[in-house]
Design a protein. Sequence first.
Length: 324
Amino acid sequence: MPTQLDKDARFLRAVLAASDDCIKVIGLDGTLEFMSEGGQRVMEVQDFEAIRGCPWMQFWEGASKAEAEAALDAARAGHSYRFQGPANTAAGNPRYWDVQVTPIIASDGKPEAILSVSRDITQMHAGEERYRLLAGELNHRIKNLLAMVSGIVNQSLRGAEEPLDIVKRRLSDRLQALAAAQDVLMMASRHGAELKQLVEVVLSPHRSGERIDADGPSVTLSSKCALAMALALHELGTNAVKYGALSVDGGHVDVSWSNQDGEFHFRWQESGGPHVTAPQRRGFGSQMIEKVLGNYLGGTAKLDFAPDGIVLSLDAPIAALAEG
């Protein structure tokens, strides 16, 4: 007849197997002594015996390794410690963990081993990162929008010798075009877009006279790629109005794209503006263009602060442009 001790042991094994937390016992020397069945599952461990006795520290790198070392030191001193950080699974897949480290106290009141409970919070962490990025982008876009309005007003008032009603009409037309460009940014987040139309609408607030040329074949972008392209064009246009070719009379922007041998090539080139010097530190806008545009379109985006004018070069597989 099963004893209560047998029942308790089966219950404990069932709990450990069902839990998605990675529950480990670590020796005071920092080596792995035990890992729960559920922990082996989330850590993608095929055979625990192959890693039994290995240093727990080997799973951590950089700042997370320092946190893990601090957690072991705290547990050896009889204290609990909690931290969050990235660590790969045994199969090499990246995960982000919430880790609670607690001493296991012997009958003499001193720590005899260390209990570590790690919870996979990769999805939650990714969501927080996306939220921070979106919040930063929203703040940045609002500032850019105000800068664009200021630039449009300044452009419209340059012809101060013209009748006031003409200046007011020009200003109104440009502000309406800016509003249309903002609509494109919102629509691009839900639906795809034709690249030429996207370029025309996003840059329409700045197209006084023949200051911007846009040319290229028909290209349909997925909603993801359209949003990235619209944001990049929005950023480039704003920068051109504030500091670049469109900030002075006679400045010009050439926008072109082509499809060759399965590759998409896009180029933004400014000329006739103020002399350009490379910034000592890349700002949010530059990083957003290079990282977001390149990542979203599955290619490489590079900003070149050439003396004659800023140049953006983008190269990406054509097949990636339609991917959601």
